[in-house]
Design a protein around this ligand. Structure first.
Ligand code: AMP
Length: 312
């Protein structure tokens, strides 16, 4: 990374959480409006969400065309960018949503520099205790796992694009992670099972200790050996753009976990609730408009509301 604007890029020389994911420019259309060329990518959303809890290190690639003003967003959140490579052209995604905003329709994906990208895992990242493999080519996810030295706790996310194009590589990565997160449609696509409980069980058999299935506005399910947890989602009325809500969910979940002494059932449950809260804020604005402006106080407020919702 040699962009002058980003000096110094090291905000956290030894991040406890490392994230690999995409940095992208998105064209989005929802029933509430359109945005062209806005900041997106699974790495961007998840790192900004995680920055509410820790200063993560990001591994990704961006092009020379990446707007300077977006670089400031990472800088404002003290996201470490030593692992970001500058190449020619930034990844682009074109997506739209209809009135049921639970699932995005991909209109076009342009991999651009992502197609040739080989992740650079800085020495300072290799001892991190937590690794989030956000949605990106599973071959790149695997490369990063192989560079890590101290068996970090690894969460893996993916999407329909990679399930369709790289399922074998994805199976290899899944067998090496501690936790897997998918949305309901992806869990059904991956397993070929219509029932989410059966899908969760089947995914657990592939190796992870925890499987989380997100159901958009209907909350999420966590499966683990002999354990089933159903988490609510925040009852949001001002949903504007769900893009990145899934990545924000996982980024916040891992950000919270990275600050705990151990990962167990109890911390996982809390982490999922933090994930739901941060995802709800993300969906209140286009791109990272809302996500980048929330504080820990906002997060605590909705966390407490979710605790009340669950009482009966
Ligand atoms: P989410 O809505 O949480 O699933 O993530 C949306 C973000 O994922 C957008 O900002 C896109 O730039 C990014 N994205 C879309 N397609 C892909 C893909 N095939 N691989 C990695 N990231 C993607």
């Amino acid at each position: 990374m040699n962009h002058k604007l980003l000096q110094p890029t090291t905000y956290n020389p030894q991040p406890s959480l490392v994230i690999i994911g995409t940095i992208g420019l998105d064209d989005l259309e929802t029933p509430f409006g359109k945005r062209m060329g806005v900041l997106g990518g699974s790495g961007s959303y998840s790192a900004i969400a995680a920055s509410l809890f820790t200063n993560p290190g990001l591994i990704s690639v961006m092009g020379q065309d990446f707007p300077k003003e977006f670089l400031k967003t990472y800088q404002n959140k003290s996201i470490d960018l030593v692992g970001v490579t500058i190449a020619e052209k930034t990844f682009r995604w074109y997506g739209s949503y209809e009135f049921d905003m639970n699932s995005a329709k991909t209109l076009k994906t342009e991999l651009n520099s992502l197609a040739e990208f080989r992740p650079k895992v800085p020495d300072s990242y290799q001892n991190a205790k937590y690794l989030f493999l956000a949605n990106i080519d599973p071959c790149l996810q695997l490369e990063v796992i192989l560079h890590m030295k101290n068996r970090p706790f690894v969460l893996l996310d993916t999407m329909n694009y990679w399930i369709s194009t790289n399922k074998d590589e994805l199976l290899t990565v899944i067998s090496k992670v501690n936790a897997l997160v998918l949305n309901d449609a992806e869990a059904r696509q991956f397993t070929g099972l219509p029932n989410l409980i059966s899908a969760g069980r089947e995914l657990l058999n592939l190796g992870p200790e925890y499987v989380i299935i997100k159901k958009g506005e209907h909350g999420s399910l966590m499966f683990s050996e002999g354990v089933y947890f159903s988490a609510p989602s925040y009852p949001l009325e001002d949903l504007v753009d769900p893009t990145g809500a899934g990545d924000s969910f996982s980024g916040a979940l891992m950000g919270y976990l990275s600050q705990q002494k151990t990962v167990d059932q109890a911390t996982m449950r809390k982490a999922i609730i933090y994930g739901s809260v941060v995802a709800s804020y993300c969906a209140e604005g286009f791109s990272v408009e809302r996500l980048q402006n929330i504080t820990h106080k906002d997060v605590t407020e909705r966390y407490e509301i979710l605790q009340k919702i669950r009482e009966f």
